[in-house]
Design a protein around this ligand. Sequence first.
Ligand code: SF4
Length: 200
Amino acid sequence: MYPVTRIFRSFQGEGHFVGYPMTFVRLAGCSVRDCHIRAVCDEAPWKATRSCTADEIIAQCVQLAPTGIVCVTGGEPSDHDLTALVDRLNSARFRVHVETSGIRALPGLPVEWLTVSPKTPGYAHRTGNTLKLVVPSSWGWREIDELDRETTFFHRYLQPLTDPTGATNISHVMNLLLDARNSDGRWALSTQAHKTWGIP
Ligand code: SF4
C-alpha cells in the first residue's frame, strides 16, 4: 500500500520538462530530517489522505489520462518501495518520472526520467537525468560543488528558494549562473513556473 496525498493532472513547472502536462502522484511523508529547506517546505499539507495499492493508483492515473507522463513525487517517494508502483506504471505504458531527494540509492529503477534534488551533502543516489538544487541565499559555489561531487547527471539546474510569502531569491541564483564559474553553461535556471501560472 502507498500513502497517497493527491493524484492530479497539471503541468510540470520545474526542471527539464517545464510546460509538459503530466499526472502527478504525490506520496505522503518525508524522512529527510536534515533537509536545508524543511522550514519552508510545503510538505505539511502532504499528509496521506488514503492508502492505495499500486493498481488503485494506476486506475486513477488512467482515469485522468490514459497515456503520457506520470510523475511520482512526494514528500520523499523513496520512503516507500517504489518497485511495484513503477513496474505497474510501465506495464500500463505510462512514461514514468520520479523526483527524489536521493536519500536512498535506487539502482536500476526503470523510469524514463529521474530527477534528484538533494537536501544533504551525503545523499546516496548521485546519478540520473537531472540534478536540481534549491539554493538558499547563503549558498555559493562551494555548497553547490559539494552537492555535485562525484555525480553523473545529464542536466543540472539551480532553483531559487521561495519563502512562505511567495518571494524568491532569484537574483541571487541568476548571479551565480552568470558567474564565470558557470561560463561553460553546465548549470541552468529552474523556477517554480507553475506558481506563476496559478496551478498546483
Ligand atoms: S526533502 Fe523535500 S519533502 Fe522532505 S522536507 Fe525537504 S523539501 Fe520537504
